[in-house]
Write a protein that binds this ligand. Structure first.
Ligand code: CMP
Length: 143
């Protein structure tokens, strides 16, 4: 079954949005198979955001994402990578549609509430960066 990595960023945690965000994934029908509240090390942040290393905002991005706790999650379901991107909305909250998480809760691009993997390859890489295999729990839904 397809899995994706989703993370409520420090601004989302500070604003008490963990519950509302996880609720949207649950209501959509996805299954939570891993979750933890954690403070990201600088090393992990630089690895996670390695593709942005040359960007002018890289330093600020690393500083921000390590500034406080994040809520890291793994969600499972059909087409969960793409569908999660749709639930999350465009990177810049000012362009994200109402009804998406960033469209409803965010204002500026550097504090955009949430991260979601942008492809199957990124999802696999990011899940393995943040979670050990034994921290992921697959289970049957009780009807
Ligand atoms: P995310 O989906 O986590 O992936 C890369 C992040 O870089 C992105 O969300 C934004 O939060 C951040 N980002 C993109 N553009 C800028 C910018 N111009 N200034 C600061 N941060 C940015």
């Amino acid at each position: 079954m397809e899995k994706t990595f989703v993370m409520v960023k420090p601004d989302g945690v500070q604003r008490n949005l963990i519950g509302q965000i996880t609720n949207r994934f649950e209501k959509k029908g996805f299954q939570l198979v891993g979750a933890k509240l954690m403070v990201i090390s600088t090393e992990l942040a630089e690895t996670h955001y390695a593709e942005h290393k040359e960007k002018a905002f890289f330093g600020e991005l690393v500083e921000f994402i390590t500034s406080g706790p994040v809520f890291a999650m793994v969600w499972e379901g059909d087409n969960v990578v793409n569908t999660s991107r749709n639930l999350i909305g465009k990177t810049n909250p000012s362009e994200a549609s109402p009804g998406t998480i960033r469209g409803d809760f965010g204002v500026i691009v550097d504090k955009n509430i949430i991260h979601g993997s942008d492809s199957l390859e990124s999802a696999e890489r990011e899940i393995n960066l943040f979670f050990k295999q034994d921290e992921l729990i697959s289970y049957e839904k009780q009807e």
